[in-house]
Design a protein around this ligand. Structure first.
Ligand SMILES: NC(=O)c1ccc[n+]([C@@H]2O[C@H](COP(=O)([O-])OP(=O)(O)OC[C@H]3O[C@@H](n4cnc5c(N)ncnc54)[C@H](O)[C@@H]3O)[C@@H](O)[C@H]2O)c1
Length: 345
């Protein structure tokens, strides 16, 4: 990943009177103290112990809520723990939640903020690459239930998003690659050649695409759904990776697999040719990701999980490439999907 871009960039998520900035670059978290609303006297910092980032929050009363590492934190138990903790901390509707972490933290903290007192404000300080290019922006919050990933959630836009690239210094190498899964997705959404750009430019290019999709379609009625490219299979794979004894797969890795699978499905449906499938493989591998379905995945159970996915209206729904670019394709015969799964190496 190229470095060297020291300037900060600012991207606006344009949502009328709920518009907000995404500040990207080294030292961007220094802006936080200015962004915090004056009337917010209490700040509930939701984070994880291993992240260990301290921030200047001025003279506010601060309480830190450490949630567990991994998808296990995105459940009703930790959601309840958080909102009850907010009560104990005497948080009012003027106070603020600060989500300092990756997508797990922003999904959970955002949901807690969205339901506490029927909604209080949240600022996302994205500390993983995946959160910077995707999860922290757009207002989707979520927890998991045993029946599936992200099945419970709300739309609750943050007040601001901070992507301080200095925070990436402590991010484990494998997590950087996971972020690249989502970055690979943007190659098919208008940014085909990010890989050689300096890091701040790569992040801001992804954020700009996401911001524009969110501005046009906040609640995923149409265009925003294209951001789920690669995610139908990814979520089904991740649903098999819950629990302490289950094999683990990171979201970005699952998305890489899902992108290539979606291309193969599109080929099966005669929407694209071999060349486009090869391009998908090439993009995914150029981000250092394995394009193949991991051997531990129970392929025979994937279709059932996909049928339960919240985006399903009838039959199976995938975002697929085609002559006119990406589109949401519904009503796909599950047997066709099964046949592509069986063919997958
Ligand atoms: N809401 C959305 O729009 C959206 C979009 C994409 C993904 N997601 C969700 O995001 C989650 C994945 O996010 P993720 O990849 O950030 O995973 P994550 O939140 O689990 O973070 C990855 C790991 O890196 C650690 N970490 C994060 N920042 C660190 C730092 N600066 N230094 C050291 N360690 C650090 C975390 O503690 C964790 O161990 C999934 O639950 C997915 O469903 C949500």
């Amino acid at each position: 990943m190229a470095v060297g871009d020291k300037a900060q960039k600012r991207v606006e998520v344009d949502l009328g009177d709920r518009s907000y900035p995404v500040l990207i670059g080294p030292g961007a978290s220094g802006e936080l103290v200015e962004i915090l609303p004056a009337e917010a006297r209490r700040v509930a910092v939701v984070t994880q112990e291993n992240i260990g980032i301290s921030l200047d929050l001025g003279d506010r009363m601060v309480k830190v809520f450490n949630v567990p590492d991994g998808e296990e934190a995105k459940n009703f138990i930790w959601l309840e723990w958080l909102v009850r903790g907010f009560v104990e901390f005497s948080m009012t509707r003027s106070d603020i939640v600060l989500a300092v972490g990756g997508g797990v933290v922003s999904d959970l903290a955002g949901l807690a903020a969205s339901i506490y007192h029927r909604g209080i404000r949240v600022i996302n300080v994205a500390t993983s690459l995946l959160a910077m290019v995707d999860a922290a922006i757009g207002g989707k919050t979520a927890i998991n239930i045993p029946e599936g990933k992200n099945l419970i959630g709300t739309f609750h836009q943050p007040l601001a998003v901070i992507c301080d690239t200095d925070h990436l210094q402590s991010l484990p190498e494998e997590e950087l690659y996971c972020g690249r899964g989502e970055m690979a997705k943007y190659a098919f959404l208008g940014a085909p050649d990010l890989i050689d750009l300096p890091l701040v430019s790569q992040i801001s290019a992804c954020v700009s695409i996401k911001a524009s999709f969110v501005s046009q379609d906040e609640r995923e009625g149409s265009k925003r759904a294209l951001l789920n490219y690669g995610h139908t299979l990814a979520h089904a794979i991740e649903a098999q990776a819950f629990g302490p004894s289950s094999p683990r797969i990171k979201h970005g890795q699952a998305v890489g697999v899902g992108l290539v699978f979606a291309a193969r499905l599109a080929e099966k449906l005669a929407r694209i040719g071999e060349k486009e499938v090869a391009f998908h493989r090439q993009v995914v591998t150029s981000y250092g990701l394995d394009p193949e379905i991991p051997a531990w995945v129970r392929r025979d159970e994937l279709v059932e999980v996909m049928l339960r996915d919240k985006k399903v209206k009838s039959g199976l729904t995938f975002v697929l490439d085609g002559e006119d670019g990406l589109e949401v394709v519904s009503d796909i015969d599950p047997e066709v999907v099964r046949s592509v799964l069986d063919l997958a190496p």
